[in-house]
Design a protein around this ligand. Sequence first.
Ligand SMILES: NC(=O)C1=CN([C@@H]2O[C@H](COP(=O)(O)OP(=O)(O)OC[C@H]3O[C@@H](n4cnc5c(N)ncnc54)[C@H](O)[C@@H]3O)[C@@H](O)[C@H]2O)C=CC1
Ligand SMILES: O=C([O-])CC(=O)C(=O)O
Length: 329
Amino acid sequence: MSSTPVKVAVTGAAGQIGYSLLFRIASGALFGPDTPVELRLLEITPALKALEGVVMELDDCAFPTLAKVEIGDDATKVFDGVNHALLVGARPRGPGMERGDLLEANGGIFAPQGKALGEVAADDIRVTVTGNPANTNALIAMSNAPDIPTERFSALTRLDHNRAISQLAAKLGVPVTEIRKMTIWGNHSATQYPDLFHAEVGGRTAAEAVGDQDWLENTFIPTVAKRGAAIIEARGASSAASAASATIDHVRTWAQGTPEGDWVSMSVRSDGSYGVEEGLVSSFPVTVRDGRWEIVQGLEIDDFSRGKIDASVAELASERDAVRALGLI
Ligand SMILES: NC(=O)C1=CN([C@@H]2O[C@H](COP(=O)(O)OP(=O)(O)OC[C@H]3O[C@@H](n4cnc5c(N)ncnc54)[C@H](O)[C@@H]3O)[C@@H](O)[C@H]2O)C=CC1
Ligand SMILES: O=C([O-])CC(=O)C(=O)O
C-alpha cells in the first residue's frame, strides 16, 4: 500500500447520496486496494451530529484503505489540501419539480465552495459536481475559482450514461458490457440527449441494432431523460445509491482513464466543440488518459441529433444567464 493517502472531500456527507458514497470510497472503489484515502466531510452545522454517526459506522467497517476521516462545517478547513472534491451537498427536488427549479436554492452553495477550493485545495484538485442542477452548479464553482484550471471542473452525467446503457441492453437482450461509446449530450435535465447513433453494439451502431426509430425517439430518450422523476415518483425520494455509484464511476474514470475503444459521458467546460457555446458546462463524449479528459472529436451529427443537442444547450445558456443575474458568476 502506498503511504500517502489521496484526500477526498465530500459535501452533503450526511445526506442520502453520502450514505451510499462514503462506504464505497472508503473501501477503495476510486483508487483501488493499494491506495489509502483520507475523507474530508463537509456538512451544514445542524447535520454534523448525524454525520458523526456516519463516521462511527465508517470506523466500524475497519476498511484497510481508509486512512483518516475529518468532518466540519467550514469549507476552507475541510477542503485544505484535497485532491478530489465531490460536491454533492445540495437540496434534492421533489415531485413535480424540474432540476432547474433548484437553481435559486442551491446555486448559492457553489460560489463559496468554489472560492474555498481555489484558496486551499491541492494543486492537482479535481472537482465533480453531483448536486443539482449539476452542470450550472459546476459552472458557478468554476467561475468562483479562477486559479484552478477550468478543465479540473466537471458535472455528473454518468448516471444518465449508465441509465442509457442499461435501457439499451435490456431492449437488445445483451449484457451491458457489449455496449460501447454511449453519449449523453447537453444538460443533466429532461432536455438531455442520449445518443444511439454513435453508441456501438456488436460492431453496429446501436440505432441500427435497435432498428426502431419510434422506440428510440418516443421510448428510449424520454425514459432515460425522465428517469430521475420516475424514481422520485416511485421511491418518494430522489435516486441515491445509483447516483453514488455513478459518482464513483465518474471519479474512477477520471483517475484511471477510459478503456481503449470506448468513451464515457462527462459534463465539462465546452471549448466550442460540436457547436456547444464555449464556456458552458455541457455533457460530451470524452476519453480520459493520465487524469486528463478530451472531448471526442469528429463525430458526425445529423439533423435529428443537432436539434436535440441545440435544445439542451439552449437550456444551459438560460441557466447560465439566470445565475449571472443572481450574481453567482
Ligand atoms: N447529478 C446527478 O446525477 C444526481 C444529482 N442528485 C442531486 O444530489 C444532491 C444531493 O442529493 P441527496 O443526497 O439525495 O440529498 P439529501 O437532502 O439527502 O442530502 C443533501 C445534504 O447536503 C447537505 N448540505 C446542504 N447544504 C450544504 C452545504 N452548503 N454544504 C455542505 N452540505 C450541505 C444537507 O445538510 C444534506 O445532508 C441533490 O441536489 C440531488 O438533486 C441526485 C441524484 C442524481
Ligand atoms: O432527478 C433528480 O432530481 C435526481 C437526479 O438528478 C437523478 O436521479 O438523475
